[in-house]
Design a protein around this ligand. Structure first.
Ligand SMILES: NC(=O)c1ccc[n+]([C@@H]2O[C@H](COP(=O)([O-])OP(=O)(O)OC[C@H]3O[C@@H](n4cnc5c(N)ncnc54)[C@H](OP(=O)(O)O)[C@@H]3O)[C@@H](O)[C@H]2O)c1
Length: 274
């Protein structure tokens, strides 16, 4: 039986200082939905602009900080009906050499930053009220960037965890779902202040608008669907990349450094077929 979309009364969003999180905060605040915003620092301008929003200062990498927030919300009856686990970072951690500290920072933010919410949420006694937990994953699952290995592998692991939980908690009050997001026009993607204007224009043309993405995610958050692939038109590009890697030797496999130099010296016993 198909269930009707739920009416969202309250939502918790991580990472609302910029990009998608900020767009979602604005969207829900305008709809008079109770918003709990979770950021690692205070942003006075943001707090002044949205007086109705409850701002919590928690670094999502802190399991203790997140657990204590979830416990407090549960104890005061303020657990929201939607969680949007959006906070994320991307770093070049695998170019000249594999940079372990950078890789760890990405995994701790993108993967543990979401998982830290799940551990306490699965312990909160069930009240019969559905809690929709939305992970913002990525289409890099289909063809990841070898130079941003932390980003690629964090989103792969996040998706695998949410796939498992979606099955495991099916028909219960915990509804696990995820957004497989393609390029969206946020600063993290367009890099408008660092790239030439023509390149920013091309990137903008091939990516989804922030407003459209916010609307798509908020519509999805009200349903029991497990996955949203957005924007769908970006999927063929990832498919082409996936295919290119398998068919074209060396294609986007990180065999050269980003500035085009060969990666280390060839070994004497290298495979002549490759
Ligand atoms: N834009 C895209 O094309 C795209 C594509 C696929 C998936 N995504 C995903 O969408 C999500 C949002 O990305 P975006 O494009 O909106 O990027 P963004 O503008 O850089 O926003 C990221 C947000 O995460 C916050 N954050 C980072 N580390 C945090 C931490 N330890 N604790 C709490 N908050 C933290 C940032 O806050 P600070 O101000 O404190 O840094 C910021 O508010 C990410 O998960 C990203 O992987 C984006």
């Amino acid at each position: 039986m198909r269930r009707k979309p739920v009416e969202v009364k309250s939502v918790l969003i991580t990472g609302t200082t910029s990009g998608l999180g900020r767009g979602l905060l604005q969207h829900y605040a305008e709809q008079a939905v109770k918003v709990i915003s979770v950021n690692r620092g205070r942003v006075a301008e943001l707090e002044a602009q949205y007086p109705s929003v409850r701002f919590e200062c928690v670094d999502v990498r802190s399991a203790e900080g997140v657990e204590s927030l979830v416990r407090d919300l549960a104890a005061s009856g303020d657990l929201p009906d939607v969680f949007i686990l959006n906070a994320g970072i991307n770093r070049l951690d695998n170019d000249e050499a594999f940079d372990l500290p950078l890789y760890r920072e990405v995994i701790e933010t993108n993967l543990y930053g979401a998982l830290n919410f799940i551990a306490p949420l699965t312990r909160v006694p069930s009240t019969g009220v559905a809690r929709h937990i939305v992970a913002i994953s990525s289409m890099v699952n289909y063809a990841g960037n070898p130079y941003g290995l932390g980003y690629y592998t964090s989103k792969k692991a996040l998706t695998a965890c949410f796939d498992v939980w979606a099955d495991m908690y099916a028909q219960t009050d915990l509804v696990f779902k995820q957004v497989m997001l393609g390029p969206v026009q946020t600063a993290i993607y367009t890099m408008g202040d660092q790239l030439p204007r023509w390149m920013v224009r091309i990137k903008s043309l091939s990516s989804a608008s922030l407003d459209g993405t916010v609307r798509a995610i908020s519509r999805f958050a009200r349903t029991r669907k497990r996955k949203l692939i957005y924007p769908l038109r970006a999927l063929p590009a990832f498919g082409a990349m996936w295919l290119g890697r398998r068919l074209i030797p060396g294609f986007f496999q990180g065999r050269k450094t980003l500035d085009g130099r060969a990666r280390r010296r060839p070994s004497a016993d290298r495979d002549p077929m490759r």
